[in-house]
Design a protein. Structure first.
Length: 157
């Protein structure tokens, strides 16, 4: 069985070359009494796949926003219950008495609390991250400018 991915999509009749596995499939169809597709009817075609580069980032942003909206709907009671459950599971883990099922539950509770925290503070942290990236770009440009100034002052001497 072949693994699947977006880069491994196979469309029968659209390949430039015929692979042995497809020849076996065609012969199996012929043996089962299925009609043969003539090459003149279904010519080989090279497909051009569109570039989804910018749309992929948009999907990530909208997914993050949807997750934050969903997590923001958690009540304070649910949040408090998750914190209490995490503490109990952590106590068991530190005692060495935690079962595998409880360890899995601890991971899920931690993940849920992370989502809730991201809903509360994520937008602010995203803005802070953008400011830090802008500052780092500015610092890099300033270093490059300083290097250019040093080169020009050395040439004049």
């Amino acid at each position: 069985m072949r693994t699947s991915s977006a880069q491994q999509l196979d469309f029968v009749g659209l390949d430039v070359e015929t692979r042995p596995a497809e020849r076996n499939f065609s012969s199996a169809l012929r043996d089962a009494g299925m009609p043969r597709v003539d090459a003149a009817i279904a010519p080989s075609t090279a497909l051009s796949v569109p570039d989804f580069g910018a749309r992929g980032q948009m999907y990530a942003v909208t997914s993050r926003l949807a997750g934050r909206i969903n997590a923001a709907g958690v009540s304070e009671k649910e949040h408090t219950d998750l914190l209490r459950e995490r503490q109990g599971l952590l106590d068991k883990k530190l005692d060495g008495t935690i079962a595998r099922k409880e360890a899995n539950r601890l991971e899920y509770v931690r993940w849920s609390l992370d989502r809730i925290e991201d809903a509360k503070y994520g937008a602010t942290l995203d803005v802070l991250e953008d400011v830090v990236k802008a500052y780092e770009r500015f610092a890099e440009e300033a270093r490059a400018f300083e290097g250019q100034l040093l080169q020009h002052t050395r040439r004049r001497k």
